[in-house]
Design a protein around this ligand. Structure first.
Ligand code: NCD
Length: 384
């Protein structure tokens, strides 16, 4: 277990709801299953007894298999719907994109998704707003609500920030990446990519707890800091997939396997590749390595996915990467642009998934009866 605190991403400030840092989550060896029939880990909101707008998506642990099905089916329907009727769906509804961190794929695809459904969007980014003058997340959220925002898409460097915003505004909040906690829409678009490429388009609209049974998805690299790894590792086993984490000790503490069921650790990339149907490469963020003992040259030798390695150990595996890609570091250009790569398809699937999440967010009424009261559930001990 790496002892250093992740450098680049903080946990949310004092008055915030208890934040779920991956560091803490990894330390806890008793995180429960994300399967709908299994006990769920207590979410940050659980600790505060907060209620969420039912259209919010803050963590994949909120989703049942039925929810995942509905999102996939809606994404498939919206994707093929003619442009004109689709643009009536959320006509003139107001969606705010509140981005405290830079983003290309996530921000653009949420924006395009909202516009495709006819919504009006407004982007507020940290460098061009009162955030720069020190305004709190709560006050920024209340301001957006007063201006008519009906849904806020939030990216924030602090784990748990979306819970604070959800509680303060009572609006549907879509988590577009919070610190080292979660990135649920990314995991859903990764799932849609895997289903489409490995099983065919018809499986991308309806899934069961067995759909990915027998499939191994290996996630390679900076697991410790990755909200993408965490959301995928919680979502994919709900459908029966096995998840293998691969990376060196400083970026992948032993305790990471306890994030959920169906996760194992394999430190040798060649051995991990040999068992993989899907391999997801993650970027190494040099800016977050302070305090961690990591020789980047050695890392590249041991963990870079190059064409020879892929051809030898996983000639049929699908290659994914959430981006941004650092060519020549974790992946070579030959692999990123090669036939096994579905990296651009991931980006493409992001629009359909985010249309579905926005429709869900804005069409689910927030009556007190259906408001999701998040209650702490007993935590299942991981027996590993
Ligand atoms: C990731 C993110 O921001 O969490 N990218 C993404 O949203 N597609 C991964 C990263 O930052 O490395």
């Amino acid at each position: 277990m790496a002892k250093s605190k992740p450098s680049g991403r903080k946990t949310v400030a004092r008055n915030a709801i208890a934040a779920p840092s991956t560091a803490r989550a990894l330390r806890s060896a008793s995180v429960a299953s994300a399967r709908p029939d299994a006990k769920q880990p207590a979410s940050p909101a659980a600790k505060s007894g907060a209620s969420l707008h039912p259209g919010s998506l803050l963590s994949v642990t909120q989703l049942t298999l039925q929810d995942v099905n509905q999102i996939l089916a809606l994404a498939a329907d919206l994707e093929i719907q003619p442009v004109q009727p689709r643009a009536q769906r959320l006509l003139k509804r107001r969606v705010s994109l509140l981005f405290y961190e830079s983003s290309t794929r996530t921000r653009t695809s949420f924006e395009l998704a909202a516009k495709s459904l006819g919504a009006d969007t407004v982007l507020v980014s940290a460098l061009s707003s009162s955030i720069e003058k020190g305004e709190s997340l709560k006050d920024t959220g209340l301001t957006l609500r007063a201006l008519g925002a009906e849904c806020i898409i939030l990216r924030h460097p602090s784990s748990g920030a979306p819970y604070l915003l959800a509680q303060a505004t009572q609006l549907p909040i879509l988590n577009a990446g919070d610190g080292i906690h979660e990135h649920p829409s990314q995991a859903l678009l990764d799932l849609r990519t895997i289903l489409t490429r490995r099983l065919g388009a018809k499986h991308a609209r309806s899934v069961t707890a067995q759909t990915l049974a027998g499939m191994t998805v290996t996630i390679v690299g900076d697991i410790f800091h990755s909200r993408v790894a965490r959301s995928n590792a919680l979502l994919l086993p709900m459908l029966g997939a096995r998840v293998v984490f691969c990376g060196p000790e400083p970026l992948l503490p032993e305790a990471a396997a306890a994030i959920g069921p169906g996760i194992t650790i394999e430190r040798n990339l060649d051995r991990a590749l040999a068992q993989s149907d899907v391999v997801m490469m993650l970027r190494i963020q040099k800016e977050r390595l302070a305090g961690l003992k990591l020789d980047l040259e050695e890392y590249t030798t041991r963990y870079q996915l190059d064409a020879a390695r892929l051809a030898t150990h996983a000639p049929k595996a699908l290659v994914l990467h959430p981006g941004p890609i650092i060519r020549g570091m974790e992946i070579t250009s030959e692999v990123a642009d090669g036939a096994q790569s579905a990296i651009e398809e991931q980006v493409h699937h992001g629009v359909a998934i985010r249309m579905a999440l926005l429709a869900r967010a804005l069409e689910t009424p927030a009556t007190s009866a259906n408001k999701t009261k998040i209650t702490a559930k007993p935590v299942k001990k991981n027996t590993k």
